[in-house]
Design a protein around this ligand. Structure first.
Ligand code: GLY
Length: 307
C-alpha cells in the first residue's frame, strides 16, 4: 500500500493511512482524509480556509478517479459545501454523469442529504474586501458587484496567494490506483472559473494497470496539456515513470503564451515507484509519502525543475 499527497494534506494524511491499513478502498480512505483538509482553516487553498472568488463567494472544485474501473466523479464551482471531494465521490456512485457544476451540484448535494455549510471564513472575507477597496474607485465600489469583472481578472485575481490544492494518490490493499483532489481554486477568481482539480486528464488521472498522476498549482497550464493523462498514457506506451513525467514537463515547457507559472506533478506507477517534480516554482515544494515499509508518513522534498 502507498499514499502520496502534497504538503497541504497534513490534516488528513494519517487518517487516510489508517484507513488504507484497515483495508478500505483507496477512494474511501482518501476522501475521508481530504475531508479533514477541507475543514482545516490553516490550509489556505482548500475548503473552509480557502479564498473566495471576485464576488466574495467560495466555489469549490474536486475530483475522484478509480483507476481499476476508470470511473470518475467531479464537481466544479460548488457553493456552500465543505465535504466537496465526498460530493464528487457521490456523483461517481449515484449518477450516470461524470461532472456537475455550480447550482446543479449544490442541488444534488441537498437531494442526497449534504448540509448547507458556512464556507466563507471571516478573515478571508475581510482580506477579500480590502483588496477590492484598494483596486476599485469609489464609484465602482458603490456599484459593486454591478461592474464589469473581466478587467479585474488581470489585476485582482491572485494565483500567487493560492499556489496549491490538495491531491491524494494511493495504491490500496487490492493494488488499485486511485486519485482524489480538492481545491478552492485561485483567490479572487472570476465566478465560475474551474481549475484542473475537477478535470479528469488534466488535474488527475489513474489507471491501476499503469499508474496515476495529479497536479497542483497552475491549472490553466495542465488543462492545456492534459498533463495527468499524458503521464499515465506514456506509461501505458512503455515509458518509465521518470520518462513519463519528463515528457509531461516537456509539454508544459512548450507553452509560450497565455498564463504561465509553476506546476507540481505527483505520480505513481503500478510497480510502487513514485515521483514528485515541481516546475518553475519559486519556493521549495514538499510532499507526504507513506508505504508499508515506513512506520510514520514522511514529509519529503520534491525534485525541482526550472525551464
Ligand atoms: N490547480 C488548482 C487550480 O488551478 O485551481
Amino acid at each position: 500500500m502507498i499514499l502520496l499527497a502534497n504538503s497541504e494534506a497534513w490534516p488528513g494524511f494519517s487518517k487516510s493511512v489508517e484507513l488504507l491499513k484497515a483495508g478500505r478502498h483507496g477512494i474511501d480512505a482518501m476522501v475521508a482524509g481530504i475531508g479533514e483538509v477541507e475543514r482545516e482553516v490553516k490550509v489556505r487553498s482548500v475548503g473552509f480556509g480557502g479564498w473566495p472568488n471576485m464576488l466574495g463567494r467560495m466555489e469549490f472544485d474536486a475530483g475522484v478517479m478509480d483507476g481499476t474501473t476508470r470511473q470518475v466523479g467531479a464537481v466544479g464551482a460548488v457553493p456552500d459545501t465543505l465535504p466537496v471531494a465526498a460530493l464528487a465521490h457521490e456523483v461517481m456512485k449515484r449518477l450516470p454523469h461524470v461532472m456537475l457544476t455550480g447550482e446543479g451540484a449544490r442541488r444534488f448535494a441537498t437531494e442526497i442529504g449534504f448540509p448547507h455549510d458556512e464556507t466563507l471564513y471571516e478573515e478571508s472575507k475581510r482580506v477579500w474586501w480590502e483588496r477590492l477597496e484598494k483596486e476599485l474607485s469609489a464609484e465602482e465600489l458603490a456599484r459593486f458587484p454591478n461592474i464589469p469583472l473581466a478587467p479585474l481578472s488581470r489585476t485582482i485575481t491572485d494565483p500567487e496567494r493560492v499556489r496549491d490544492t490538495t491531491v491524494f494518490l494511493s495504491r490500496d490493499s487490492a493494488a488499485g490506483l486511485n486519485v482524489v483532489t480538492s481545491t478552492s481554486g485561485w483567490a479572487w477568481k472570476y465566478p465560475g472559473r474551474l481549475g484542473d482539480s475537477p478535470i479528469p486528464g488534466a488535474g488527475f488521472y489513474a489507471d491501476s494497470r499503469f499508474g496515476a498522476a495529479a497536479c497542483t498549482h497552475t491549472g490553466e497550464m495542465t488543462m492545456r496539456c492534459g498533463t495527468a493523462r499524458s503521464i499515465v498514457l506514456a506509461m501505458r506506451l512503455g515509458h518509465s515513470l521518470d520518462d513519463a513525467v519528463a515528457l509531461a514537463i516537456e509539454e508544459l515547457c512548450e507553452l509560450k503564451d497565455g498564463f504561465l507559472a509553476g506546476v507540481v506533478i505527483h505520480a505513481l506507477d503500478a510497480h510502487g515507484n513514485h515521483k514528485v517534480v515541481s516546475l518553475n516554482c519559486d519556493e521549495q515544494i514538499k510532499y507526504w509519502f507513506w508505504d508499508e515499509s515506513l512506520s510514520e508518513p514522511e514529509h519529503r522534498v520534491a525534485q525541482s525543475f526550472k525551464s
